[in-house]
Structure formats: structure tokens, C-alpha cells
Design a protein around this ligand. Structure first.
Ligand code: GLU
Length: 379
């Protein structure tokens, strides 16, 4: 069990910087922006805040290095463009941070590095060490090796998962070239209004405007999805205009900047890791009684008696989702039994487990400590 399971980490922030801030339209880095943000990072670190930086831009820089101007990048060329662009991106960040006497450390990740518990814990140790030494971890997706099935999609999601389940942070700041989330696309609609505050229960996906492109993948829809992942785990998210001078210190000082997405209660990091986990291996359908027992305030573990159907091929220790009779996900957790065993004991009282399996086993199919109630279950 993680030692830090319930520790909140005051003064730790993940700052995600989008491609359109890091490079200009031609794919050239914007040193004046990088230097300004480096100064702001230095300023907040001086106040005792630890900063993890997530930066995009490698693919855009690489495109300019490898291909003629104006040439559109094909999806299959992204990995190579990232490989060419990443060292240049990192050099610019290192120079910008060095100007304010900060040391960067590059960490390139794939989704597997968060989903695999062992790698996630190693990653956490690395980041904790770096933060403890006053170094600025500079993260990006390792696009050169990421394949579709194990990609974060874009850096908004990477940043949200790192903030929720890896370091963990209190606050995620997503900086882009937009002032925040608007009621309509401000570039084409004069009536568009900036949304200042979004509560955890509010569905704002209908306000998502502006798609990403082949280099800058995000777009507002993915930002909202990523932000939701973070707020469901108890991380506050601010989406703000990175080009606005002083944005980072102002957000940290609690000023109303951009769009603030209010968080649900803080989840212990192990539960947050379960919540952001992308690849459940199976599904358990439970009856109404079990659903109520799981969703109770002092919720119980999942016992075999409440399970009506077992789907998927999983082993003991795998992540499975728990759905109600209507198919709504209510929880997810690490299961104590393999699929065939779960099937053999479903609907039965725990006292019959030894007899049915021919060996003794845990009374709970999923123990409460290994389970997280899904956001849909809380809504
Ligand atoms: N990892 C990509 C890059 O460095 C950015 C992905 C994104 O747009 O979020 O260019």
C-alpha cells in the first residue's frame, strides 16, 4: 500500500503548456514565451510551490526540421517528427530555465508508464526526488514509441493523469492560446462568454469548441475530458491563456483567471490511479442490492452474492469495472479472483467460496480498499 495514500500535497502544481504557445505558426520555438514562463515558474517556486511542467511542441518543431515549410504532417510521421523535435524543445526549455537558475530534467512517458502500477510508482519516486531537489521535471509523451492502444491521446490527459495519480498535485493549470472555456467559439461568435467556474457536476462538454490539429492534438473537448479526470480525483483545474503575462503566479494566488474547474473531494493517490486507469480487463454486473451497498456513504466491499454476470478474461489482481443492472459503471477495482473463479462463486454466499473453488479465498471479490466509486456513480 502506498505510504502517501492520503497525504495531500500543498503547493504542488502541474503546468501543461500547449504547442501553440511553445512554437509559432512556422514551427519555430518562441523563446520569449518560454523565458517568461520560466520566470513565473521561478517566482512561484520561490514561494515554496513545486512545479511539474508538461510541454508539447516536439512534433511541431520536428515537422519544421524534417519537412519543407507548409507540408502537412501525416499521422504516421508524428513519431519521427517527435524524435527530431524533442531535443530541440528540451534545449529551449533548458536555456529558458537556466536564465532563472533552474535545472530541468526530461521525463518522456507513455500511457503504460502510468497504467502499470510498478512503473507508476517508479515514476513517482523519480519525480518526488527531482521535486525534492528543486529540479523542474519537464514531461512530454514519448510519441516516438507510443502506439495507438497505449497513448494518452494528448498532453492534457497526460498532465491530468500525472497530477491525479502520479505525483499527486493539488492543482493542474492548462495553458493554451485561449483565455479559457467559452459558451461559444470566441473567434467566430461575438456573444461568446468566458465561463469562470465549473462545478464538479456540471456537464460543459457542449461548450467544447476548436479542434486540435495534427501537431497540437488537444482542442477544448479533450481539455474538458482531461480536466474532468483530474477534478473527479480531487485536483482543481484552471484553463487559462498562457500568453497573458503573470498568469501562473496569479492563478496560484487564487485570482480569478481563465476557467476554474472545481474539484470533488480529494481521492487517495492509489484510488486515483484506479480511477484514471484506462484498460479494465473485465466487467461484473451486480444486482440492485449490491449497487446500493457499494454506493452507501460507508460503502462495503463487493461480495460474490451480489454479482449476477461476469464478462471478460481477467486474472486475480486485474482491474475490472462494476456495472449496475442498467450497464452504468458504478465502481472499478482490483479483483481477488480470476474470471472463471468469479463466475463459479457469483450469486453465492462468501461462506461457500472454499467449497466451490476447492481452496480457501477472500470473502470479498473486490475489497473496499482496492475499489473506487466511479464519478457516474457519485452523480
Ligand atoms: N506530445 C506532442 C508534442 O510534443 C503534443 C501532443 C499534444 O498536442 O498534446 O508535440
Amino acid at each position: 500500500m502506498d505510504a502517501d495514500a492520503t497525504r495531500s500535497t500543498p503547493g504542488r502544481v502541474v503546468v501543461k503548456v500547449g504547442t501553440r504557445l511553445v512554437i509559432d505558426g512556422e514551427g519555430r520555438p518562441r523563446p520569449e514565451f518560454l523565458e517568461r514562463l520560466a520566470r513565473e515558474i521561478h517566482e512561484v517556486m520561490d514561494q515554496g510551490v513545486q512545479v511539474v511542467l508538461v510541454t508539447s511542441g516536439a512534433v511541431g518543431i520536428g515537422r519544421r526540421l524534417l519537412f519543407p515549410p507548409g507540408r502537412t504532417l501525416r499521422a504516421s510521421e508524428r513519431p519521427s517528427a517527435a524524435a527530431a523535435g524533442q531535443p530541440v524543445l528540451m534545449r529551449y526549455w533548458a536555456e529558458a530555465l537556466a536564465r532563472v537558475d533552474l535545472k530541468p530534467a526530461q521525463v518522456l512517458l507513455t500511457l503504460d508508464d502510468v497504467v502499470d502500477r510498478g512503473r507508476c510508482l517508479r515514476l513517482r519516486d523519480t519525480l518526488e526526488d527531482l521535486l525534492g531537489w528543486g529540479v523542474v521535471p519537464v514531461l512530454n509523451e514519448n510519441d516516438s514509441v507510443s502506439v495507438e492502444s497505449v497513448t494518452f491521446g494528448e498532453n492534457d490527459m497526460l498532465a491530468a493523469m500525472v497530477a491525479a495519480a502520479v505525483v499527486p498535485a493539488e492543482l493542474l493549470v492548462i495553458l493554451s492560446d485561449q483565455a479559457g472555456l467559452f459558451t461559444a467559439d470566441p473567434r467566430s461568435d461575438d456573444s461568446a462568454q468566458l465561463i469562470r467556474r465549473v462545478s464538479p457536476d456540471e456537464d460543459v462538454s457542449r461548450f467544447a469548441t476548436g479542434a486540435g490539429g495534427p501537431e497540437s492534438l488537444g482542442g477544448m473537448a479533450r481539455k474538458i475530458e482531461a480536466a474532468r479526470r483530474a477534478t473527479d480525483c480531487g485536483i482543481r483545474v484552471v484553463i487559462a491563456d498562457g500568453n497573458c503575462p503573470g498568469v501562473l503566479p496569479r492563478v496560484l494566488a487564487g485570482e480569478e483567471v481563465g476557467t476554474c474547474m472545481v474539484a470533488r473531494p480529494r481521492m487517495p493517490s492509489r484510488k486515483a490511479w484506479l480511477a484514471v486507469h484506462e484498460n479494465p480487463r473485465g466487467t461484473l454486473v451486480v444486482d440492485e442490492g449490491a449497487r446500493r451497498a457499494l454506493l452507501r456513504e460507508d460503502g462495503s466491499s463487493l461480495l460474490p452474492s451480489g454479482i449476477v454476470e461476469v464478462r471478460g478474461h481477467f486474472q486475480a489482481g486485474d482491474l475490472v469495472t462494476v456495472v449496475d443492472p442498467d450497464g452504468r459503471e458504478i465502481a472499478r477495482g482490483l479483483i481477488n479472483y480470476a474470471a472463471a473463479e468469479t463466475d463459479a462463486i457469483k450469486g453465492e454466499h462468501s461462506s461457500r467460496i472454499a467449497e466451490l473453488l476447492g481452496r480457501p479465498g477472500a470473502a470479498e471479490v473486490i475489497h473496499r480498499d482496492d475499489m473506487v466509486i466511479s464519478a457516474e456513480g457519485q452523480r
